[in-house]
Structure formats: structure tokens, C-alpha cells
Write a protein that binds this ligand. Structure first.
Ligand SMILES: [Zn+2]
Length: 305
């Protein structure tokens, strides 16, 4: 009798419509489908040796993603920096008919911090790991494509700060204390900065502290156009006690600190008159284009034909 039942069950397994001892088909309930993260990075191609990153201006906060609540983790956005990145790209197009590469994180910082290592960026929420990878792949791809037609390129990591002194803070991975050193003592630290490679490749031959506070330094160019900046000729270093952002994860990952032909600078923008209104952003973007065209001509041997 038992043998008959077993044969009947086995026969059932072998037929399409009969009874089955296998579990019902369908997704394993403990293995969720991967997130489609592709819409949370917005990137566009360029043709000039510049890649603009906006990691902290995202406006999307899908409810299915948990809020980041890790100890010490920052969750406040840098207001209007996504719009500012796009405005800078548009300003290049208006001026020279060519655009930079642009890579934008679309998620609000409450959900994802695109200027941190993977663990802190996602608060260890594994489904977001592919987004972190995609964000940096897009930057790597933009850098590689820029280097196909240019000998050297620059990454700008665009941010906004709320410090007491209303000025642009340019971050090269040099601390405020390092920037306060005399030129000869500062020089070795520049070799570990995010523009380390520029020290030996600047077309006009600028090196060392000249790249930070000389007449052709980016901060000096911006200050001359009405946008105070540190470091620059007129403001070479933050004073003791002044707040200053000197660069972060992206500046370190995507600059020339460890070699290569791509430099990086973090630009932390003050709010009023720079990124607060559409008019401010347009006027600042035009000034930044002016400064960068001079900077590329001086140091990168590139100017629009
Ligand atoms: Zn930021």
C-alpha cells in the first residue's frame, strides 16, 4: 500500500498538471529584488577637461529607503547645489559652445551621502551599495572620456557651507594649519594634495604655494571677480578658529593625490549671492567660467578653439 502511494507521488512530480511535492514557484520572500538605482544618478557628457560633481543637492527621498541615522552622520543638503552645477554647465555652453561632464546625485542626503565611503554613504543599507558604485563609475567614466581628448583634467566637487565667513572655501586636502605654514614648509604637503600632479605639469610653471595663492591660483581668480575665496592671494589661509572645509571623500578619490592626470578641488559655496537665487547662480556661474577658462589656459594647456 505504501509503495503504491510513493509511486503515485513520483508520477505526480513528473507531470505538468499533477500534484507536486516541490515548493510553489515565485521569488524567495527573504531575497528582495535589487533596487533600480539608475534613476538616482544624473550624468551628462561633456567635451572640455572638466567634470562637475554635485553630491549633496539631491531632491528625491523615496519612502522605501530608510533615513540615514548613523551616529555623527550629516543629513542636511547643500541647498541649490544641483541647480548650480547645471547652471555652470549651461554657462560654459553659452560662453564657448561646449559643456563640462556633469555627475549629480539625485537622492536627498537623508537617504544617501554621495561624498562618503560606502558604509557611511548608505548607512550600511546594502540595497543602496549599487548606487554608490554607479555614482563613482559615472565619475570614473567621465574622467576617462575627458582624458581621451585632453592631456589633463579637473574634477570640481561642488558643495555649500554655512560658515560664518561668507567666502568660497577651496579644498585641496590641505588643512587650515597646513595652509598657514610658510611656503617652504607647506610644499611637501602639496605633494599629497588633490592637485599634487599639477605641481609638475602646470603649463605656466606654477608650483607649490603659487598654485594656492599666486596670481594664477583659482581662488585668486575668483576673488578678483568679486567672489572672496580661501586660499587666495588676499586670503591665503583660514585664521585660527575659523571654520573651513578642506576637501572630502570625493576630492581624495578623484584627484591626483595618488597620481594620475586628473586633479580635484572641492568648492564649498557660501549661500547669499552665490547659490541663493537663480540670478545669483547665473551670475556666479558666469564668473566661475571666466576664472576656469583662465585657469585651464594657464595650467592645463586648454582653451576653447
Ligand atoms: Zn556638501
Amino acid at each position: 500500500m505504501r509503495r503504491v502511494l510513493l509511486v503515485a507521488l513520483l508520477a505526480g512530480c513528473a507531470t505538468a498538471d499533477g500534484p507536486s511535492v516541490l515548493p510553489p514557484p515565485g521569488p524567495d520572500p527573504v531575497t528582495p529584488l535589487p533596487l533600480d538605482v539608475s534613476g538616482w544618478v544624473n550624468s551628462s557628457d561633456g567635451t572640455i577637461p572638466l567634470v562637475i560633481i554635485a553630491p549633496h543637492g539631491g531632491d528625491l527621498a523615496p519612502t522605501e529607503l530608510p533615513d540615514r541615522d548613523c551616529a555623527g552622520c550629516e543629513t542636511v543638503n547643500d541647498a541649490n547645489t544641483q541647480a548650480l552645477a547645471l547652471e555652470i554647465a549651461d554657462a560654459f555652453e553659452r560662453r564657448v559652445g561646449r559643456r563640462p561632464f556633469v555627475v549629480i546625485n539625485r537622492l536627498h542626503r537623508r537617504k544617501f551621502d554621495a561624498n562618503r565611503d560606502q558604509g557611511e554613504a548608505t548607512d550600511d543599507h546594502a540595497p543602496l551599495f549599487p548606487l554608490w558604485t554607479l555614482f563613482h563609475q559615472r565619475i570614473d567614466s567621465a574622467k576617462a572620456r575627458a582624458l581621451r581628448v585632453h592631456t589633463r583634467a579637473l574634477v570640481i566637487d561642488l558643495h555649500g557651507h554655512a560658515h560664518a565667513v561668507p567666502r568660497l572655501e577651496l579644498g585641496y586636502l590641505l588643512s587650515a594649519a597646513n595652509l598657514r605654514l610658510p611656503a617652504a614648509q607647506l610644499r611637501p604637503f602639496l605633494f599629497a594634495s588633490s592637485i599634487a600632479g599639477l605641481d609638475s605639469t602646470s603649463v605656466v610653471g606654477d608650483s607649490g604655494i603659487a598654485l594656492l595663492t599666486g596670481p594664477r591660483a583659482l581662488g585668486t581668480r575668483l576673488a578678483a571677480l568679486g567672489y572672496p575665496a580661501v586660499p587666495s592671494a588676499t586670503d591665503p589661509a583660514p585664521l585660527l578658529g575659523e571654520s573651513y572645509f578642506n576637501g572630502g571623500f570625493n576630492t581624495a578619490r578623484h584627484g591626483s593625490q595618488a597620481g594620475g592626470a586628473v586633479d580635484a578641488v572641492q568648492i564649498e559655496c557660501n549661500f547669499t549671492g552665490v547659490r541663493d537665487t537663480a540670478t545669483s547662480r547665473t551670475v556666479f556661474a558666469d564668473a566661475l567660467v571666466t576664472a576656469l577658462l583662465a585657469y585651464f589656459d594657464d595650467h592645463y594647456d586648454w582653451s576653447p578653439a
